[in-house]
Design a protein. Structure first.
Length: 285
């Protein structure tokens, strides 16, 4: 899981402190147990059927909201069960995404999807989005989850979150190689400025492939730097690579050294930590 300092994490910590000092928290703990004092989930929701989110008319009125899971309703076609993100508002998108998270899944600080429901009930959309990102970072979730988060982030004007969610969509489609990258210092390389850490750069990589003539053949992969907005020349960081052509990377193994290029010279060297490539489609008869 990626560690990121977020307003959601601080908000959950602050709310836990307030709940511990209030008598209401004691009543909730007596009913639901001490583990999730602030996840006020009604008993009728224990047999929740995970379906798409409620229509706008089904959102409870202000003053009567509870931290219950969203109910099923519009947003899908009956035949294909396909969510139309273009016609959903932020609340619907986040509700729908939350229903794709297993209830038992927990992120850092014991955060669960119940916290998301609680914040959605009070229109705390940015915090709910951040919590869903953290839950998605620690558990494999479907493409639809990240597509809905990306659309919600765009509607909220959160460029960094939108970029990350779109990046995770691409990881699911094209696979991801995680590596420990060290850039060459500015005195030894052509680059004199930092590289963007948020998926802007798509450098070439020498991954040991050869052209038909026997010369080295490079492959393109996008680059995301974990936990850093930029990476300075000479710097070192864990990076995530998205291959432009996943089949070119099928031979890449953990522990392999690969070289990054922006021109004919080597811009950096990386050691592969993880390889996650999409499963090839089975041929149809």
């Amino acid at each position: 899981m990626l560690w990121r300092s977020t307003p959601a994490r601080d908000a959950v910590n602050q709310r836990d402190v307030r709940d511990a000092d209030s008598s209401a928290a004691g009543a909730i703990a007596a009913t639901y147990g001490p583990r999730r004092r602030h996840a006020r989930r009604p008993a009728s929701a224990h047999r929740l059927v995970r379906m798409p989110p409620a229509s706008p008319s089904a959102v409870p009125a202000t003053g009567s909201r509870t931290a219950s899971p969203p109910s099923n309703g519009s947003g899908t076609t009956q035949a294909g069960n396909v969510v139309d993100n273009d016609h959903m508002d932020v609340t619907e998108l986040l509700e729908s995404a939350s229903l794709l998270v297993p209830e038992e899944a927990a992120a850092e600080n014991d955060i669960t999807v119940r916290d998301v429901w609680d914040y959605l009930a009070h229109d705390e959309w940015q915090i709910a989005l951040s919590l869903l990102e953290e839950l998605g970072d620690g558990h494999p979730l479907p493409l639809t989850f990240w597509e809905q988060l990306a659309e919600a982030a765009e509607q909220l004007g959160l460029e960094r979150s939108a970029a990350w969610c779109h990046w995770r969509c691409s990881e699911i489609r094209n696979g991801m190689i995680r590596a420990d990258l060290t850039l060459r210092p500015a005195t030894e390389a052509r680059r004199k400025t930092p590289i963007s850490g948020h998926g802007v750069l798509r450098p070439m990589w020498d991954i040991g492939s050869l052209s038909p003539t026997g010369a080295a053949s490079v492959s393109i992969a996008g680059l995301w730097v974990e936990d850093m907005p930029v990476l300075e020349p000479g710097g070192r960081a864990t990076v995530r690579l998205i291959p432009l052509t996943p089949t070119h990377w099928a031979h890449v193994k953990t522990g392999q050294q690969i070289n990054m290029h922006e021109d004919r010279t080597v811009a950096g060297t990386a050691v592969v930590l993880e390889v996650h490539l999409p499963t090839p489609a089975m041929p149809t008869r």
